[in-house]
Design a protein around this ligand. Sequence first.
Ligand SMILES: *Cc1c(COP(=O)(O)O)cnc(C)c1O
Length: 337
Amino acid sequence: METEIFAAAEICPIDVSKLQVVKTSDHGLLIPPEKLVFGRNFTDHMLSVEWTKEDGWHAPRILPYQNLSLDPATCVFHYAFECFEGMKAYKVKMDECFIPGERGYSLYLRPTLIGTQTTLGISPPESAMLFVIASPVGPYYPTGFKAISLEATNYAVRAWPGGVGDKKLGANYAPCVLPQKEAASRGHQQNLWLFGEEEFVTEVGTMNMFVAIRTKDGQKELITAPLDGTILEGITRDSILTLARERLAPEGWVVSERKYTMTEIDQAAREGRLIEAFGAGTAAIVSPVRTIYWRGKGLNCGLDQNEEAGEITVKMKEWMEAIQYGDESHEWSYIID
Ligand SMILES: *Cc1c(COP(=O)(O)O)cnc(C)c1O
């Protein structure tokens, strides 16, 4: 966790030399690794940094994991002054004993920033708190890829140009529960957000979306929606685009950040030109898609019956993991003392 603080200090002027640490007697993981449920179990420690308008950032503290005590009038409860991040650490010095050693296990880190001012007036909070909690997680696909089914949602809008749907603000997520629940009630793992009358494909609940097609002229194209405010600027999306431009483009692929519609991929599917589709996010890295239900029918995304992931999906997972584990040296990873 200390390493993470130093990384965070580069973007927010917290004085890490003033770090205070209250350690617990680390008991390590109490749950058997195979029983870990995403985001339900946490390590013994949390990082906490307070901020006030008057004094700026206070000294960061690593404390035993504990409840927060907040006045009921605290602005985060009323007007959702909250934003968060999600990332994975594979080794963190202080809480190392919580991460099973086998490949695929990590600590999911959840940095969260809340407004703590106690007034019901709507104004920029004059006090805030940044905390980081850490949850041990197992491999997303312990027994290999499982292709998912998506339901296209066109009766609700998650994000729009000029809005805040492209940021991890807590307020963006509660409204997504209903379409997600409805998709689940019809047997789909996730819903796929469309935008506008044209039904542009934007993204999945917590994953950016990629489709690989062959154009009418026979050109292989990997497509993802552009950063126009209607999608989250995922780091995994960015990594996949970079790797695709570096390693797929030389094999004849065109890599496009452009708008595309359900009609376009439906037509590609019907003409046998939809090669594969996958979601991309920190938790799963990539998640292969078998079908998209849209306008009462299922679009087959290119996988054979007995196939769980397409070629690009598999390659991306392997490439990303090789970099994450240091099997391959890459400018994205570096050795820390
Ligand atoms: C977090 C998130 C993603 C994925 O972002 P990563 O930085 O790759 O983890 C995609 N869409 C939404 C809505 C998200 O909240």
